[in-house]
Design a binder for this molecule. Sequence first.
Ligand code: 8Y7
Length: 289
Amino acid sequence: MQLRCGRHTIDLSHPLVMGILNVTPDSFSDGGQFIDVSRAVEHALRMIEQGAGMIDVGGESTRPGAADVSEAEEIGRVVPVIEALVARTSIPISIDTSKAAVMSAAVAAGASLINDVRALREPGALEAAARTDAAVCLMHMQGQPRTMQHEPRYDDVVGEVRAFLEQRVEACLAAGIGRDRLVLDPGIGFGKRLEHNLALLAHLPELGRPGFDAGLPLLVGVSRKSMFQTLLGRPVEQRLAGGLAVATAAVLAGAAILRVHDVAETVDAVKVAQALRAAGYNARAPIEN
Ligand code: 8Y7
């Protein structure tokens, strides 16, 4: 499967590892409220050396309870980092934002994928994305980041997420964003309890085919997420093994892009999972023990 992504065409026949670059003052501060651009860029270059095929630059934390960031502030954080990265690497850069003005500024600075946890539902976002030639990742979220983990409810989580993604795909197509530019994401941890996350991961192949014969590529992000707190009782710095287990399962289920903090380890897990797929791995015919 190929993804049209600005000036890049990405071959997704081998899964791609997307490295997370949070450019918020709590990640790459210069000691005050500004971003240390050179340290952020160095971290991204290290992830690329480790095998990241894409870097996701985000200037607004979507953690539950995180403070809002103004448009100007978010642009001021991400644009210098994107410009520096585009000058120093040839891999595609993704912009993690929901704001139309940030999408436009980031793509003008060289970003070629728009990663929107709100799936282009903010005012002007659909139109802003359509004015670019960037790819778009449409993610499912129930509620808003501040409150999404307060009692999330579904009657049929897989059906509801699938229907949502299908509706957002239709909105993109109607706005002129071709399906060869679209990536879908179940939004693990975004308004979901552990059982919802597990159901979505167990049914990934159904989510990649929203009302179409051919599938759309799927992105999965579980890196260091709180589902591992619930499942394993592990704090954030001890969630790598859990994340690699899910990364492996996701690749075996056909996931095309994995969004992670720990690139080197995930690249190894992805290679193993991809080799198993190539050898004919069949998850639909397990041994009953
Ligand atoms: C995801 C994401 C986050 C995800 C996509 C975190 C920005 C929370 N998670 N984007 N962003 N998918 N597409 O823990 O799962 O990394 S932020």
